[in-house]
Every structure is written in C-alpha cells, then in structure tokens.
Design a protein around this ligand. Structure first.
Ligand SMILES: [Zn+2]
Length: 178
C-alpha cells in the first residue's frame, strides 16, 4: 500500500482550514498512481472554500517494486529520510534500491529520474534481507510466540510494531509551507 498521512491544511489564499490526506509514498507500478505523479496531481489540494489549488511541498518516495527502483522527491531537506534509508539498509541490505533511492529537489528532475529508471538508463538493486536482520526477525517472532503462550496475548508486541511503523509516517506535517 502507498502510505498516506492525514494533515490539516490552511489555505494560503483565504485561511480556510481543512483536512487533506497526503501521500508519503506511492506505488508507481500501478498505472493510476504513476499518472498521479506524471500529471502533477499528487499532493495537490483544492480549497473547498475558495477553490484555490496548492501543490504541497511534502517529500514523498516513488517506488516501483516490479522494476526495483525508488526515487524521493525532497523539495526541502528531510532528516526523516536519513533514518528511513538506514532502516531500509538494515532490513533489505546495503545497496538495496530503497536504501539508495536518489533524493531529488527539483520536481521536473524527479520525474525525469523516474523515466530514466523505467527506460533502463539508471538501475536499482533488489538487495536481500541481511542475515542479521533475518535472525533478529526470527528471534522477535519466537519471543512473541513465547509471550503468547504465557499470557495468551500478543497484542502488546503487535501494537508496538504498528506504533513504530506509523510514527515514521507522521513526520513533517508541521513543516508544510504555504
Ligand atoms: Zn481558500
């Protein structure tokens, strides 16, 4: 699934406040998602009060799991991407396409980079889960199972995973600039 984040938007034109759901990541192997990016419609809000459209300067990652590449659009430096990349490298191995995804500031260059990956001018690597990560996962799963047996409730562990996962998505709402 593409990751999406709820945000409260203040219209730069009329100050009307409204809710909007931003993409933090988008799965480009789906044609409708690719189109959303290529037609400049991704993360564009329309104010329900004055109808003004605004393209939000919110960094997101474009991924294509079929062709093994990913590209960040990073209009402004985003420290969360540093730690995301470290996390991807740990999970999927150094050099994996998610860990080494280029971080592009310019919107048109961002789209060009996607095209270069698609036509083979640039290549991403699939990577493999590191042995260390694999061992950790196995250990963690076993730990959960043991806990389950004892307490008949693994909810805490699952809740913790979900919390860690979702907290990485919540970044940056405060950084939105209008
Ligand atoms: Zn407005």
């Amino acid at each position: 699934m593409s990751k999406r984040v709820e945000a409260k938007i203040t219209c730069p034109n009329c100050n009307h406040q409204f809710e909007f759901t931003l993409y933090r990541s988008i799965w480009g192997e789906y044609p409708e998602n690719r189109e959303l990016v290529m037609s400049d419609k991704i993360n564009v809000t329309k104010c329900p009060s004055c109808n003004r459209s605004t393209k939000l300067q919110f960094p997101f990652i474009y991924t294509n799991a079929d062709q093994h590449f990913a590209v960040w659009w990073e209009p402004e430096y985003d420290a969360q991407i540093d730690s995301d990349s470290v996390g991807y490298a740990k999970m999927l191995g150094e050099g994996n396409y998610l860990a080494t995804a280029p971080r592009i500031k310019s919107w048109s260059e961002f789209k060009n980079t996607i095209l270069k990956f698609e036509n083979g001018e640039l290549k991403g690597k699939q990577g493999t889960m590191s042995k260390e990560m694999n061992d950790q996962m196995q250990g963690f799963l076993k730990h959960l199972q043991d806990k389950n047996k004892k307490k008949n409730s693994g909810c805490m562990g699952v809740a913790l995973i979900l919390f860690v996962f979702s907290s990485s998505l919540l970044y940056g709402i405060s950084k939105l600039i209008f």
